[in-house]
Design a protein around this ligand. Structure first.
Ligand SMILES: O=C(O)CCC(=O)C(=O)O
Ligand SMILES: [Fe+2]
Length: 323
């Protein structure tokens, strides 16, 4: 069967010009072979900018304000559903820009290293990344920013053991931090979910511009019912939401800083991925990073701002279900 997920992924993946010689590049530019057509990528931020066939699939739902919000702003938020993507909801404009910056900083500065005891792609099996960020920005060790750029994901809360292929219950690993639980609680509340079970695990994904995440299922959790809450921070990306198999053509969506995806119902069991991460960072986000200088050193804030100018951070919250 045709792998339509893969075909769409290839269409949007940043191909780069590295393998081409100058003549090929000039010819491509002339023929506009290097132009990718993004017109079919849905944008819930500007409904009118969508192709009519896509615009008609987007439905706005009322935002419920039935809790005390300390992170999100229900009066500014919009909640959307998309025809054909059963169980998927997209929340926009819920997180103020200063909060986005604070959360991205927390992900880069705290969640990437100790004291979270987190396993990352750089730490090997069950080992923790000790001081990845501190080493990256600190005067004495400057130059290891390159290593920080190699960070792709860090695990917070309940840890998934990639060797045993199961979640581990280790008393030395701190539970999911309270602020992440509060975020999940507020997202659930916005969507009207009153009996949602709490997430226990977060994968924090780090995507320098040009990197991607291939199509996959999140099926390691025992609980495949509770929705996954997924927060985008930093630069804009293309997100693909497919079906139960890769033979279903996926829907492409632009995700921007502050957007939140809720994967419940059928969508919890569907293929998804991120074929493209751009360097497009909202000016308001970049401006706001400078405000961190009132509490943190100029060197650290400058390193963070330089990283975020070309990176997307995703906080992906799941309930594991076995504990
Ligand atoms: O970066 C994203 O938006 C998706 C991440 C994801 O699917 C995952 O961590 O399993
Ligand atoms: Fe996923």
């Amino acid at each position: 069967m045709a792998d339509l997920f893969r075909a769409t992924e290839k269409q949007y993946r940043a191909r780069g010009n590295d393998h081409k010689n100058a003549r090929q590049r000039r010819r491509d530019a002339l023929l506009q072979n290097d132009r990718v057509d993004y017109s079919n990528v849905m944008d819930v931020h500007v409904i009118d900018a969508n192709l009519p066939a896509n615009a008609s699939r987007i439905r706005q739902l009322p935002v419920s304000s039935s809790t005390n919000y300390s992170i999100l702003d229900p009066s500014a938020a919009q909640l959307y559903e998309i025809d054909g993507l059963d169980g998927l909801q997209v929340i926009t404009n819920a997180m103020p820009v200063a909060t986005q910056v604070a959360w991205a900083f927390r992900a880069v500065r705290d969640y990437s290293q100790q004291p979270y005891n987190n396993v990352t792609n750089l730490s090997g099996d069950r080992g923790a990344t000790q001081s990845l960020w501190t080493d990256a920005w600190h005067e004495a060790t400057r130059g290891s920013m390159k290593e920080f750029h190699a960070l792709r994901w860090a695990n917070i809360g309940a840890h998934y053991d990639w060797t045993a292929r199961e979640y581990v219950d280790d008393p030395l690993i701190p539970a999911l931090p309270a602020e992440l639980k509060q975020l999940v609680h507020e997202v659930y509340a916005m969507t009207g979910l009153t009996d949602g079970k709490m997430a226990e695990s977060a994968i924090v994904n780090f995507y320098p511009a040009g990197t991607c995440m291939g199509g996959h299922l999140d099926n390691a959790e025992e609980d495949m019912m509770t929705p996954i809450v997924s927060l985008s921070l930093g630069t804009q990306c293309i997100y693909l939401q497919g079906g139960l198999t890769k033979s279903d053509a996926p829907t492409a969506l632009w995700l921007r800083s502050g957007d939140i995806i809720v994967m419940g119902g059928k969508s919890r069991r569907c293929f998804h991925g991120v074929p493209l991460v751009t360097s497009e960072l909202p000016t308001a986000f970049a401006d706001c990073t400078q405000d961190l200088k009132t509490h943190f050193s100029d060197a650290e804030v400058d390193a963070f701002a330089a990283y975020m100018a070309h990176a997307r951070v995703n906080i992906n919250l799941r309930r594991v279900g076995s504990m």
